[in-house]
Design a protein around this ligand. Structure first.
Ligand SMILES: NC(=O)c1ccc[n+]([C@@H]2O[C@H](COP(=O)([O-])OP(=O)(O)OC[C@H]3O[C@@H](n4cnc5c(N)ncnc54)[C@H](O)[C@@H]3O)[C@@H](O)[C@H]2O)c1
Length: 276
C-alpha cells in the first residue's frame, strides 16, 4: 500500500448510500477510524456494519446535517468516540431541481442549506479541535496533515440548466473550500473539493413515478434524472459511461491521503472527462 490512514479519524456525511458509503469504506479500508453520518438511520447502520464486518473501525450517528445544532453534535460525538478528527468529507447532498421561474424561495434555500450551510457549520464546529491540535503539534516540531474534502459537481463549476439551486449551492462550496485552504494552511490542513460528473447512485437513477425520494425537513422530494437527459449525458462523456461510486470515492481518497499533502484549495473533477 502506498500509504496508511491507520492513525487518522474520518467523518463522512451522507455515508449511508452511494458515493458517501464508498468513501467511508475506502477510508476504513485504508486504516482510518470512520464516523458515518446519514439522514436515514438504517442505511447509516448498514454502512457501519459493513465496515465492521470487513474488520474496520467505525461508528455511526444518524441525523440531518441541515439542522442548526446537529453539526456540532456530530463533531462532538466523533471526538468523544475516537478522541480525534483528521479527515472531514462533506458529502451529504440531494437535488431539488427546476428552472428559475419555477423555483420557490424554500427550494432555493434548501439547496443552499444542504450544499453550503451544512459544510460551513461542520467545519466551524471542527475548527477549535483542528486549531488547538495543530498549534500543539507545531510547538512539538511535528507536522500532522489534516484533510477536508467538500463534494461539488460539474453543475457547480459549469452551471446546468434546470438546476439553479443545486448549481448555486455546489458553486458556493468552492468558495468555502478556497477560503478555508487559505485560513487553515497554517494549521497544516489541506482543503480541497471533488466535483463529480455522472455517477450511478440513487441521485442519478431514471426519474419515474415509482422512483426514489428523500424525506428532509418534513418534505418528500423526488430524486433522479430524466431518462432522456441520462442518455445525452452519456453521449457527451468522453469515457462514454457513468462512473461508479467506487470510482468516485477513489478521487476523494486521493485528497484524504498523504499523496495530496502539497495540494490545497483545488477542485478535482471526476466525471470521465465530461463537462456541461
Ligand atoms: N451521483 C452523481 O452523479 C453526483 C454528481 C455530482 C455531485 N454529486 C454529489 O455527491 C454527493 C453524494 O451523492 P450520491 O450520488 O451518492 O447520492 P445518494 O442519494 O446515493 O447519497 C446521498 C446520501 O446523503 C444523505 N443525505 C441527504 N441529505 C442529508 C442530510 N440533510 N443530512 C444527512 N445526510 C443526508 C442521503 O440520505 C443519502 O444517503 C452529493 O453531495 C451529490 O450532490 C453526485
Amino acid at each position: 500500500m502506498a500509504f496508511t490512514l491507520a492513525s487518522k479519524v474520518a467523518l463522512v456525511t451522507g455515508a449511508g448510500r452511494g458515493i458517501g458509503r464508498a468513501i467511508a469504506e475506502k477510508l476504513a479500508g485504508s486504516g482510518a477510524a470512520v464516523m458515518v453520518n446519514d439522514l436515514d438511520p438504517d442505511p447509516a447502520s448498514a454502512t457501519e456494519a459493513a465496515i465492521r464486518d470487513a474488520g474496520g473501525r467505525c461508528t455511526s450517528l444518524a441525523g440531518d446535517v441541515t439542522h442548526a445544532k446537529f453539526p456540532q453534535q456530530l463533531v462532538n460525538a466523533t471526538l468523544e468516540y475516537f478522541g480525534g478528527l483528521d479527515i472531514i468529507v462533506n458529502n451529504a447532498g440531494y437535488t431539488w431541481d427546476n428552472v428559475i421561474q419555477k423555483t420557490s424561495d424554500e427550494q432555493f434555500q434548501a439547496m443552499l442549506d444542504i450544499h453550503i450551510v451544512a459544510p460551513f457549520r461542520i467545519l466551524r464546529a471542527a475548527s477549535t479541535h483542528i486549531r488547538e491540535s495543530a498549534k500543539k503539534e507545531i510547538a512539538e516540531g511535528r507536522r500532522v496533515m489534516r484533510k477536508v474534502v467538500n463534494i461539488t459537481s460539474i453543475a457547480g463549476t459549469d452551471g446546468n440548466a434546470g438546476q439553479v439551486g443545486y448549481s448555486s449551492g455546489k458553486a458556493g462550496v468552492i468558495g468555502l473550500t478556497r477560503t478555508l485552504a487559505k485560513e487553515w494552511g497554517r494549521y497544516n490542513v489541506n482543503v480541497n473539493a471533488v466535483g463529480f460528473g455522472l455517477i450511478q447512485t440513487r441521485l442519478t437513477q431514471p426519474l419515474t413515478q415509482e422512483g426514489a425520494s428523500i424525506e428532509v425537513q418534513g418534505r418528500t422530494i423526488a430524486v433522479g434524472v430524466q431518462p432522456k437527459v441520462l442518455d445525452s449525458v452519456k453521449a457527451l462523456c468522453p469515457l462514454g459511461r457513468a462512473g461508479t461510486a467506487e470510482e468516485a470515492a477513489g478521487a476523494v481518497l486521493f485528497f484524504c491521503s498523504p499523496l495530496s499533502d502539497y495540494v490545497t484549495g483545488e477542485v478535482l473533477i471526476c466525471g470521465g472527462g465530461m463537462h456541461f
